[in-house]
Write a protein that binds this ligand. Structure first.
Ligand code: BEZ
Ligand code: FE
Length: 289
């Protein structure tokens, strides 16, 4: 095409694609370039602004490493990770939420009723519930992978002071589908903001905070794996999560109870002397398609 114009360039791009290319690739590339070109036309994007965009991508690439996933973080704070997640989550199961970059695979087994708090300070949080199917029946022997921040707001993978699997546990629930564990109440924390994504947040007048949460990955044969989080209803960042991870059914009340109400049969039974927090959270898995 010799007479490319700002009006026809999008259609010219589409005409350059091979007629035998994979249909889904065609669909995605056509829509991507359509929106990209419309974005430039709509904003009348200048050379300098386009250069800033390229510099942002180069800045992400420059700090990308095993421990730092700046492109994923960009997707998180732009809401794209959550949007993709919501587009493909089942409306019948518990809502899914972002995985984030801090999960460490291969955590040691945590028995039902086991403790992740160990010697860390602060009140005990007892989390318990049942893994259920969409009829409300318990799913026996499901696998629950749990992780969270330490009281200093850092995940084990960010903190030299913690063991590799600190505040990580892999639980196989019993025949009754029930899980229970004790831990500390997670704290709100900031996503990394010392790179190009931090620049975007500041340019938009946004903060880098996430409300406190427990992360779960729940797996059972015959069911869709669920990646989700649980949030306490009194967290100050619940309505401003910088990665858009909060869903109504994931917000729970952590109820304060006297030490005398701590149940039997758990690792910390008989050892809790102070009031503790209690959250009940049942997880519903939808069947595999
Ligand atoms: C997290 O919850 O661990 C997380 C999610 C997205 C970005 C950063 C952290
Ligand atoms: Fe997190």
């Amino acid at each position: 095409m010799r007479n490319v114009t700002k009006e026809n360039i999008t259609e010219v791009f589409k005409s350059y694609m091979d007629k035998d290319m994979a249909p889904r690739t065609r669909e995605i590339m056509s829509a991507l370039v359509q929106h990209l070109h419309d974005f430039a036309r709509e904003t009348n994007l200048t050379h300098e602004e386009w250069r800033q965009g390229i510099a942002f991508l180069e800045g992400c690439a420059a700090i990308e490493s095993d421990g730092r996933h700046e492109f994923v973080l960009a997707s998180d704070v732009l809401g794209l990770s959550s949007l993709v997640d919501m587009l493909h989550s089942s409306s019948k199961s518990t809502s899914s939420s972002v995985l984030g970059p801090f999960h460490v695979s291969g955590a040691p087994a945590l028995p039902v009723g086991g403790d992740m708090k160990r010697d860390f300070g602060g009140p005990v949080l007892l989390a318990e519930g049942v893994i259920r199917d969409t009829n409300g029946d318990p799913i026996p022997n499901a696998e629950l992978d749990i992780w969270q921040t330490a009281p200093n707001g850092l995940y084990a993978s960010q903190d030299d002071e913690q063991d590799t699997f600190s505040f990580h546990g892999l639980m196989t629930v019993g025949a009754d589908g029930a899980y229970a564990f004790t831990t500390v109440k997670p704290v709100e924390y900031t996503v990394p903001s010392d790179g190009p994504v931090g620049d975007i947040l500041r340019a938009c007048g946004r903060h880098p905070w996430r409300p406190s949460h427990l992360h779960y990955i729940v797996k059972a044969p015959g069911y869709r794996t669920l990646v989700t989080e649980i949030f306490p209803d009194d967290d100050p960042y619940l309505d401003h999560d910088t990665v858009f991870g909060v869903r109504e059914d994931l917000v729970m009340t952590y109820v304060e109870k006297p030490a005398s109400a701590f149940p039997d049969g758990l690792e910390l039974s008989g050892k809790v002397q102070e009031p503790f927090l209690h959250v009940k959270f049942d997880v519903v898995l939808s069947p595999e398609a």
